[in-house]
Every structure is written in structure tokens, then in C-alpha cells.
Design a protein around this ligand. Structure first.
Ligand code: TAP
Length: 450
């Protein structure tokens, strides 16, 4: 077998590894294996690339890898689960930027002469530079918003939609002006609210995949083409699924400036009497310990408080007393896809106890206590009842149909959508105010004392 054949074979193995990795990543139980297969595929791809006959700059490549690989590894290990979306945004932006830079280098290097390229290669270079630049600039703004370096509120200006649409049209016309792509990346993400950033990052991730695929065409590299397409397709699907879970079109996410207007009528007057009832940990412990069925509803606040291990401990205690405990997982609870699944898996919560929204919703009417821990928007009945609410139409967990609702949060502050929640004023609801971890620890102590 020639060297070229061996490299082609190694790339084929890489492609298969990437496809298998995606397959295994689709379930929390097999996800670690999927990660390992993906990493192995990447290692094989790197080795095959280093074996290329025409590669000369080993030293400079190795120096860059030696400096930045440990930084990447450290960052991935040290990043807090709640900061994961920022991390993904940053890594994705770097990927898009790299694709754009490769395109720039190719523009100077490809035959027949530097700067004079054939049409097919030229189009790939343009696409790669354009999409990569949008993804780079947009991802950095998304990172800035999530890290609160740039305001998370939608930044709007008069005629913003028109400007964005005009910019998009201008991109098609002046495709060669890569600077325009960078500007578009910034202006495209700036008006979008912080809560929508995961959707935007997922879309930009798809862009980066397409940019990488375009680079693959330039370099005649099948691995880049296939893996870029895989990223493009999975990013697009994820974007659509997230939009669907929030009952919002992608156009609404991109151009709707969601969260800009905070005021919204608090609806469903029939379910509320305008009073907030606060309970002690001892009261709540009694409710939980003497219940038959408890459904735990985790949200973003659980991730902030890092209370997952404590919640698991509380659930174990309740189960020892014969209480049936399950977890209701809303598809967009938290700040990134699968956020709650990852958190609870970290605390070794048995996977069969995690129930998806459609499976658990019919069960709330037979539930004694819905224990809402740091969740807000995903349990807001206004999404169901109040046509004037900005989140009207978003499918929610119907916790208000349980016999009793306990909400653990620190204050009456709204969640990420920035809107009030009539669930907190429902006569069935009691609030246990405080940091979720501290409150759950108090509940554990109180249940033990019973
Ligand atoms: P949110 O509606 O954001 O509510 C989280 C609540 O947690 C807040 O009201 C906050 O109230 C409380 N909290 C914060 N820190 C806490 C702590 N240390 N201890 C106890 N409570 C704490 O969360 P959710 O219900 O999970 O909804 C997710 C939101 O993100 C939705 O609007 C969703 O559309 C949006 N979103 C999610 C995704 C994905 S993929 N997950 C993507 C795009 C958008 P206090 O400040 O009073 O404590």
C-alpha cells in the first residue's frame, strides 16, 4: 500500500469514528464512549495529516500544539458546568476563524498562481472565508454576552431588522469583502438576547462546520468535508430542535429580539390570589417525607448552586422512606442542550428516573409534590394560559397540576426570559427561599430528623 493509500484509509477510519461518535453521543449512558471514539478519530486524523508527504512546517505546528493543547485541555477540565455555553462559543469561534484563515492562506498558495484561482476552488475559498468570519465574529459576541462582557439584553437600534437584512443581502453581493462578514457576525448576534445565545451558538456551530467543509473542498481533504458536513447537519438539527422546544421559529430567535420588553401581563388570575407563601425547610421536609410521589424539576438555579449531589442524597433519603422520586427534564431547562441530564448524571442519578417532558406531564395530576429547584421559565403557566406573554406557546412542565408545589429559589426575581411567573402566587405553591444547595441540605437534615 502506498503512503497516499494508507493516509486515505486512515481518513476513512476517522470519518467512521466521527459518525460512530455522534451515534453514541445521542444517549447519556453511551456518551462517554462516543467522546472517546471521537477523540480517537481526531488522533488518527492528526497522525495521517502529519504523515502527508508535502508537509514541511512540523516544528512550527508542534510548537503551536505544545503551547495551546494544554491550555485547551486545562480550560475544558476547569470550566464550570454553567460556563459551558461560553466555552463552546469560544471554541466554535476559533474553529470558524481557523477555517477563514486557511481560506486566506489558500488564496495565496493554490495553483495556477497565488491569488489567481480556478472558479470551483475560488468559490470554496470565498464560502469558507465568509462563513468562517461570520462564525468567528458572531461566536465572540455570543461569548461576550454569556460572560456578561457585553450586555445580555438584546441590543437594538432603530431599523435593526432592516439593517440586518440589508447586510445579509450585501454579503451576497460583495462576497469578496471579508471585512463585511466580520461586521455582519457582530451585528447579527448583538440584537439577540442572552437567553437565545445557546440557539445562536448552535447555529454558528453549523456555520463553522460548513466553513470547514468548504475548506475541505479547497484542500481536497475528505475528512474535513465529511466532518464539516456532520457538524453542519447536527448543528442545524440542534438549532431546529431547540427552537421547537421553545415554540419559536429560528427567524423569531434571530430577528425577534426576545426579552427586549420585560413587561408582560401576569395572567391566569383564576390560579392566583396574589399572595406569596413562604415555608420553612421543616415544613417542606414533612410534605416530602409523607408524600407517595415526588417529581423533582431541576432548572438553571440547580446548576448555579451546584446542588445536584445534594438533590441525589435527598432523593435517596426519600426513597428509603418509600417515596417514589422521579425527575422531570424540560428540553431547554438550564442554558444548554442536555444541561440537566449532564448535571444529574454527574451525581449518578439513575438514568431511568429522568423523565422527558411529554412522558412526565400526564403524571403531574397524580403527583403529591412537585419540587421545583431553581427552575422558573420552564414551569411558567403563562406559557400555556396567557396569550400576552412573550413565552406564550412554549411547552412547559405542568407542575401546577400537582397537589402541592414547592419552589426553591433565592428571591422573587424572574428567570432568563425576564418575566413574572404566576406559579409563585398559586395557592398550591410554597416558596423555600435561599440558595438551592443550602435549602436542599436543610431539607436533608430535616428529613433525617423526622
Ligand atoms: P430560568 O427561567 O432562567 O430560572 C432560573 C431560576 O433559578 C431563576 O429564577 C433564579 O431565581 C434561580 N436561581 C439562580 N441561582 C440560584 C441559586 N443559587 N439557588 C436557587 N435558585 C437560583 O431557568 P429554567 O427554568 O431552567 O429555564 C431556562 C431558560 O433558558 C428558559 O427561558 C429557556 O428558554 C432559556 N434557554 C435555554 C436553552 C437551553 S438549550 N437550555 C437555550 C436557550 C434558552 P433567583 O434569582 O430568585 O434565585
Amino acid at each position: 500500500m502506498s503512503r497516499a493509500d494508507a493516509i486515505a484509509l486512515a481518513y476513512l477510519v476517522t470519518i467512521i469514528a466521527f459518525v460512530l461518535a455522534l451515534r453514541f453521543l445521542s444517549s447519556p449512558t453511551t456518551a462517554p464512549l462516543g467522546n472517546r471514539i471521537g477523540a480517537l478519530g481526531m488522533l488518527i486524523a492528526l497522525a495521517a495529516t502529519f504523515a502527508q508527504a508535502h508537509l514541511h512546517n512540523y516544528l512550527s505546528i508542534l510548537i503551536v500544539m505544545a503551547v495551546f493543547a494544554p491550555i485547551g485541555a486545562y480550560a475544558a477540565r476547569a470550566v464550570k458546568m454553567t460556563a459551558m455555553p461560553q466555552m463552546v462559543a469560544l471554541f466554535n469561534g476559533v474553529g470558524g476563524g481557523a477555517a477563514a484563515l486557511v481560506a486566506l492562506a489558500d488564496f495565496h498558495n493554490v495553483a495556477p498562481a497565488p491569488g489567481r484561482v480556478h472558479a470551483d476552488v475560488g468559490i470554496s475559498i470565498m464560502l469558507s472565508a465568509l462563513i468562517g468570519s461570520v462564525s468567528f465574529a458572531g461566536s465572540l459576541v455570543a461569548f461576550g454576552k454569556l460572560q456578561e462582557l457585553v450586555s445580555g439584553r438584546p441590543i437594538v437600534y432603530p431599523g435593526q431588522k432592516v439593517v440586518n437584512l440589508a447586510l445579509m443581502a450585501a454579503q451576497a453581493l460583495v462576497i469578496a469583502l471579508i471585512c463585511g462578514a466580520l461586521l455582519f457576525g457582530v451585528l447579527f448576534v448583538l440584537p439577540i438576547g442572552g437567553a437565545d445565545m445557546p440557539v445562536v451558538i448552535s447555529l454558528l456551530n453549523a456555520f463553522t462546520g460548513l466553513a470547514a467543509a468548504a475548506t475541505g473542498f479547497v484542500l481536497h481533504n475528505n475528512v474535513l468535508i465529511v466532518s464539516g458536513m456532520l457538524v453542519g447537519a447536527s448543528g442545524t438539527l440542534l438549532t431546529i430542535l431547540m427552537g421547537r422546544a421553545m415554540n419559536r421559529s429560528i427567524a423569531n430567535v434571530l430577528f425577534g429580539a426576545f426579552g427586549q420588553i420585560v413587561a408582560g401581563p401576569v395572567g391566569a388570575a383564576a390560579d392566583t390570589d396574589g399572595a406569596v407563601r413562604s415555608a420553612s425547610a421543616e415544613d417542606v421536609a414533612v410534605m416530602l417525607a409523607y408524600a407517595k410521589r415526588v417529581v423533582v424539576v431541576p432548572g438553571y438555579g440547580l446548576a448555579v448552586a451546584q446542588a445536584q449531589h445534594d438533590v441525589r442524597q435527598l432523593a435517596d433519603l426519600l426513597e428509603e422512606r418509600g417515596v417514589d422520586v422521579t425527575y422531570a427534564i424540560h428540553p431547554v431547562a438550564g442554558r444548554m442542550p442536555g444541561h440537566m441530564n449532564v448535571l444529574l448524571a454527574e451525581a449518578n442519578v439513575p438514568y431511568p428516573q429522568l423523565k422527558e417532558m411529554d412522558d412526565v406531564n400526564p403524571e403531574f395530576s397524580r403527583t403529591d409534590v412537585a419540587l421545583v429547584i431553581g427552575a422558573n421559565d420552564v414551569v411558567n403557566p403563562d406559557a400555556r394560559n396567557n396569550t400576552g406573554s412573550p413565552i406564550y406557546g412554549m411547552p412547559i412542565l405542568n407542575v401546577d397540576q400537582a397537589q402541592q408545589v414547592v419552589v426553591l429559589k433565592r428571591s422573587m426575581n424572574p428567570g432568563f426570559a425576564g418575566i413574572d411567573n404566576p406559579l409563585f402566587l398559586n395557592p398550591k405553591t410554597v416558596m423555600l427561599f435561599g440558595d438551592a444547595k443550602v435549602s436542599v441540605d436543610k431539607l436533608i437534615a430535616s428529613v433525617k430528623n423526622l
